[in-house]
Design a protein around this ligand. Structure first.
Ligand code: C5P
Length: 275
C-alpha cells in the first residue's frame, strides 16, 4: 500500500479510502457524468462528490482521468469562494474532503448558461468563425439541459414560451452570468490565462417566501475554455476532447498558477481574495 500522492493531485491512497468510506455512508440523490449528489447532513444541504470520469460529445467519448475529481473539487471551491468574496451568490458552503463539498440545495433551472469572450467550440463551428477571434462583447447563449437531445441551443423565446424561466429570472441570470464573467476573466488574466468561454448553471433558493437565483453546479476547467495568454496552450477539457495530452497536467497547471495546490504543499484551497 502506498500512502504518498497517488496521482499528482495531492490525494493519497489512504485519503482516497477514507473519502470513499464517507461516500458509501451517504444517501445518493443523483449521479451525473462527472459528479454524484448525496443528501447533506442538514435539510437544504447537498454533498457534491467529484468523480474522475471525463466525458465529451454527450458521453460518446469517455475515460477515467485519475485525480481530475480532486482538482475540480479544489478549483470549484476556489472560484465559488472568489464569487462570494465579490458578492455573487452561489451554492458553495464548504469543502469536506478531497472529493466532496457541502453545497446549498437548489432547484436547478434546466438551462446551461454559456458566456463567450472569444469564438471557440460549437459557436465557432455554427457560425464558421476561426477559433480565438475576439468577440465584440461577451455573448451569452442558453442551451436546454437535456442529454437525450444533446443540450440544444435555445432562445429566450423558447425559454419564456415553455416556462423554463420567467422574464425576471432571465434578467437575473444574464446579470449573474456577466458578473461571473467579469470576475473569472480578471482572476484568470492575473495568472496569464485567457478566459475564452465558460458554462454555469443557475439554481433557485427560497428564503421564506422570497425566491432568488444563485450560481450552482461547478466552475472548473471542465466547464471553461482556458488558454495560456502567451502560448495559446489549452488548459481545459478540450485537452481531453481533442486528445491534446494530459488533462491532469493541464488542470494542475491552472491550480498551481492560482495557488490552489502549490506543488508539494498540502492541497488546502485558500482563495487569495479572501481570508
Ligand atoms: O461546446 P461549446 O463550445 O458550446 O462550449 C462552450 C463552453 O461551455 C465551454 O467552456 C464548455 O466547456 C462549456 N460546456 C459545458 N458543458 C456542456 C456544454 C458546454 O461545461 N454541456
Amino acid at each position: 500500500m502506498h500512502y504518498e500522492d497517488a496521482n499528482g493531485s495531492g490525494e493519497t491512497h489512504l485519503q482516497r479510502l477514507i473519502d470513499g468510506e464517507s461516500m458509501a455512508r451517504r444517501k445518493k440523490i443523483y449521479e451525473g457524468k462527472a459528479k454524484i449528489l448525496f443528501e447533506g447532513p442538514e435539510p437544504g444541504t447537498i454533498v457534491q462528490y467529484f468523480k474522475d470520469d471525463a466525458t465529451a460529445f454527450n458521453a460518446e467519448k469517455k475515460d477515467v482521468i485519475e485525480g481530475k475529481g480532486v482538482l475540480n473539487n479544489m478549483l470549484s471551491e476556489y472560484f465559488m469562494n472568489g464569487l462570494t468574496s465579490v458578492g455573487i451568490p452561489n451554492h458553495f458552503m464548504k469543502r469536506l474532503n478531497m472529493r466532496e463539498q457541502l453545497v446549498r440545495s437548489v432547484e436547478i433551472i434546466p438551462l446551461e448558461v454559456i458566456v463567450r469572450n472569444y469564438s471557440a467550440g460549437t459557436m465557432a463551428k455554427r457560425l464558421g468563425m476561426e477559433e480565438g477571434t475576439q468577440l465584440p462583447r461577451p455573448i451569452v447563449e442558453y442551451c436546454l439541459k437535456e442529454d437525450k437531445l444533446g443540450d440544444p441551443l435555445v432562445t429566450e423565446e423558447h425559454i419564456a414560451a415553455f416556462g423554463w424561466a420567467s422574464q425576471q429570472d432571465m434578467d437575473d441570470i444574464l446579470s449573474l452570468a456577466l458578473r461571473v464573467n467579469d470576475f473569472l476573466s480578471g482572476v484568470m488574466y492575473g495568472v496569464g490565462i485567457k478566459l475564452v468561454d465558460f458554462k454555469i448553471e443557475i439554481g433557485r433558493v427560497y428564503d421564506g417566501d422570497f425566491m432568488r437565483l444563485i450560481v450552482a453546479d461547478e466552475i472548473s476547467p471542465d466547464s471553461c475554455r482556458l488558454w495560456d495568454i502567451e502560448t495559446g496552450q489549452k488548459l481545459d477539457k478540450d485537452v481531453f476532447r481533442r486528445d491534446l495530452g494530459s488533462l491532469t497536467d493541464a488542470y494542475t497547471e491552472v491550480a498551481k498558477r492560482l495557488g490552489v495546490m502549490p506543488k508539494g504543499a498540502t492541497p488546502i484551497a485558500r482563495p487569495t481574495l479572501i481570508n
